[in-house]
Design a protein around this ligand. Structure first.
Ligand SMILES: Nc1ncnc2c1ncn2[C@@H]1O[C@H](COP(=O)(O)OP(=O)(O)OP(=O)(O)O)[C@@H](O)[C@H]1O
Ligand SMILES: [Mg+2]
Length: 317
């Protein structure tokens, strides 16, 4: 088994109810061939889940081919995807297979599909619908056996509403949509993820630390992780390097994690009252969730009504 396959299969951590449920659905999907759309903020694990679906299912011995839509210039992307016959354009001295062809018998993963141009969306629609295509400049029609997995960082339905994504392609690709919740909405995953990342660092002999000091874990749990699991992984890797002892102490954590509202006034003469800290933290959380009452209340562990009352009392707009 390749290292990627191994990491994808053994490395997915899911302890929160939301993630467990999602993995249960994904386990059934891995056996099927229907297209899957994975949505979630940056760093929530879309790439990891796409690999997991591939290596968990019957196509595991076939290829896993990724197309990262934004990184290939529009005019090249078409030949990247469909391939071309000899002489299809000036530089085409030799025929070349595209990624769709290379993915035969396996999985074709469209990453950041929200960035695919409308022109290419139209061409892709035919492939997804008919499972056939031609190379650029070619007349031969290829039949393909490919499983489509796509990932988007935004809610693709909104892109459909805004007219930047085709409705018909959206429905084809999102037969089964999976949404990875942001890490701040599944705090139960923070500890197991952090411990797993630390264990990896220990295996790599980057640290001797075996765990987190209580205050360090509290800081990890209190931070809203705008960069999601990727940011947590980076933070643990960094703190491992600064941890000479048995435990990772708060001082080893990145400043933004360490310096949360409750510790922000450490250097101030007049220590803040609980009320000040509470108000500051509420403001901070609201900012992290872009002002969403529902999300902020969930993070804070209070009802929306209680949040509303606190905002009024503290004069938080
Ligand atoms: N549930 C998880 N268990 C273990 N590791 C995870 C999990 N989710 C994400 N990771 C790790 O977090 C990092 C980011 O994940 P990944 O690259 O899959 O995110 P992404 O959603 O594809 O991000 P982007 O939108 O930026 O492409 C990777 O190192 C991945 O292995
Ligand atoms: Mg990704």
């Amino acid at each position: 088994m390749s290292a990627v396959a191994h990491e994808a299969l053994s490395g997915v951590i899911a302890e929160s109810p939301a993630m467990r449920e999602l993995l249960q659905v994904a386990a059934r999907l891995a056996e099927a061939k229907s297209p899957v759309l994975i949505q979630g903020e940056s760093g929530t694990g879309k790439d990891l889940l796409a690999h997991w679906l591939h290596y968990k299912g019957p196509r595991r011995d076939g290829p896993f081919i990724k197309v990262h839509c934004p990184s290939i210039p529009e005019d090249l992307l078409e030949s990247e995807l469909f391939g071309h016959e000899r002489g299809a354009f000036t530089d085409a001295r030799q025929a070349k297979a595209g990624k769709i062809e290379l993915a035969a018998g396996g999985t074709l993963f469209f990453d950041q599909i929200e960035d695919l141009s409308l022109a290419l969306q139209a061409k892709l629609l035919r492939v997804v619908e008919e499972k056939r295509f031609e190379r650029l400049g070619g007349t031969r029609t290829f039949e393909i056996d490919v499983r489509f997995v796509s990932a988007a960082r935004i809610d693709l339905r909104k892109a459909v509403g805004a007219g930047t994504f085709r409705d018909d392609l959206y429905h084809r690709l999102s037969v089964v949509p999976l949404t990875l919740p942001p890490l701040r909405e599944r705090p139960q995953d923070i500890r197991p993820l952090a411990e797993a990342f630390l264990a990896r660092e220990r295996e790599r002999r980057a640290t001797q630390a075996r765990g987190f000091a209580e205050e360090a874990m509290a800081a990890l749990k209190g931070y809203p992780w705008p960069g999601n699991v990727r940011e947590l992984r980076g933070a643990v890797e960094r703190s491992a390097l600064y941890s000479p002892g048995e435990l990772v102490e708060p001082a080893a954590l990145p400043p933004q994690v360490r310096e949360q509202p409750a510790t922000l006034w450490a250097g101030r003469e007049q220590r803040p009252s609980l009320r000040e800290v509470e108000a500051a933290y509420i403001r901070y959380v609201l900012e992290q969730v872009s002002g969403s009452q529902t999300k902020a209340a969930a993070v804070l562990g209070i009802s929306r009504k209680a949040l509303w009352e606190k905002r009024r009392r503290f004069g938080i707009p």
